[in-house]
Design a protein around this ligand. Structure first.
Ligand code: SF4
Ligand code: SF4
Length: 357
């Protein structure tokens, strides 16, 4: 039987002294995990042999796991886990001879193993889908309420990451933290609902270690001058970007989607409404009625994406949309980097200010 877990029912310990720290050997930890997967689907970073960028490379990606030993603790995933609560394609409703049927299904309780930046990215999704404009997105809400978060530690700052610069390197928002150690696992339980799964093990002080410094620290400009819109820096991106949209699909904070009505060919009375991921970098994303497209140049689309992530979203909601996970840099076939772009913007802002003094 599937169960839907309401987030508000989760009782995160308020008193930090009551949080449980444990050390378990591999067998006992796997035993606890076996009990967890009776109640939850678990999605975590997994190594998929030969599926990386080149044929001799592995892909580390989010997938269902059935054992702790399946989980890749020390490598970053190529894509984020956002498809768990925001599927690539989702049927919103079915339509049959004038009757509309809700296509939402009851979600199985799901645990996702996430790093601090990706947990902070969920806050951005919650803001967009649940706290934006006075309406809550019922499709997102249903999936989100079935999700529990387990924290993964970063063993080191990964190349191109800049979470410390974005202030997304730390979090308390998790139910359980698990660290893989030489002879077992260190576990910290923040959510009383998970106590019952960890009945064995030696008590220990377990604290997650968070990244304190990025390999390349960045300054994020507080504000920009409108002259930046016409700056020549964007022309480079018109030359280099191939509008593939990979940067958006890999990003844990990109939420754009498009909606399509699909008619079933042999019965024109029946149709489905889908929502599908979209990308602000691809052709026609900003095409309006009357054939008016206000971001034809790829450099203009890059400007829109980057400024939305580090300036515009913050103006509305008070914090940045980019969490500095570095995935867009890793996946771009043209080696276009978010961090490098932010650095250029910052240098232009500083030069502008100095010129005005
Ligand atoms: S814009 Fe790039 S670095 Fe920022 S959150 Fe998205 S994928 Fe990560
Ligand atoms: S991944 Fe790179 S090439 Fe593809 S749309 Fe994004 S910036 Fe352009």
């Amino acid at each position: 039987m599937t169960k839907v877990h309401k987030l508000r029912e989760c009782k995160i310990y308020k008193d930090r002294a009551k949080m449980e720290g444990l050390k378990l050997n591999c067998d006992k930890a796997e035993g606890a995990f076996d009990r967890i997967i009776e109640d939850y689907k678990v999605v975590a970073p997994k190594r998929i042999a030969g599926k990386g960028r080149f044929s001799d490379m592995d892909l580390v990606s989010y997938d269902m796991v059935e054992s702790l030993s399946d989980i890749v603790f020390n490598d970053r995933t190529y894509f984020s886990a956002k498809s768990v609560f925001f599927p690539i394609r989702e049927t919103m409703f079915n339509y049959d001879k004038g009757c509309v049927e809700d296509a939402r299904i009851e979600e199985k309780l799901t645990i996702i193993f996430l790093r601090a930046c990706d947990i902070n990215a969920i806050n951005i999704f919650d803001t967009m889908f649940l706290k934006n404009g006075g309406y809550q997105d019922c499709y997102y809400k249903r999936r989100r309420e079935s999700v529990k978060i387990f924290l993964l530690e970063c063993p080191r700052p990964f190349a191109d990451c800049f979470c410390a610069s974005m202030g997304t390197n730390k979090t308390d928002n998790y139910s359980v933290f698990i660290r893989k150690e030489e002879n077992g696992y260190a576990i910290r339980i923040n959510d009383e609902a998970f106590m019952k799964y960890f009945s064995e093990g030696a008590k220990a002080k377990v604290e997650p270690h968070f990244i304190e410094d990025d390999l390349g620290a960045l300054n994020i400009p507080d504000s920009i001058d409108c002259s930046l819109f016409r700056n020549k820096m964007w022309e480079e991106y018109s030359q280099r970007c191939i509008a593939c949209g990979r940067c958006n699909t890999s990003c844990p904070t990109c939420t754009c989607f498009t909606v399509q009505d699909i008619t079933i060919e042999d019965n024109m009375q029946k149709s489905e409404r889908w929502r599908i991921w979209s990308s602000c970098q691809v052709k026609n994303f900003s095409l309006l009625a009357g054939d008016h497209d206000f971001r034809i140049l790829k450099g203009d689309r890059m400007r829109y994406k980057v400024l939305h992530k580090i300036i515009d979203f913050r103006k509305t909601f008070g914090f940045n949309m980019c969490v500095g996970c570095g995935r867009c840099d890793q996946v771009c076939p043209e080696y276009i980097g978010m961090a490098k772009c932010i650095k250029k913007i910052n240098e232009i802002c500083i030069a502008d200010r100095e010129e005005k003094l």
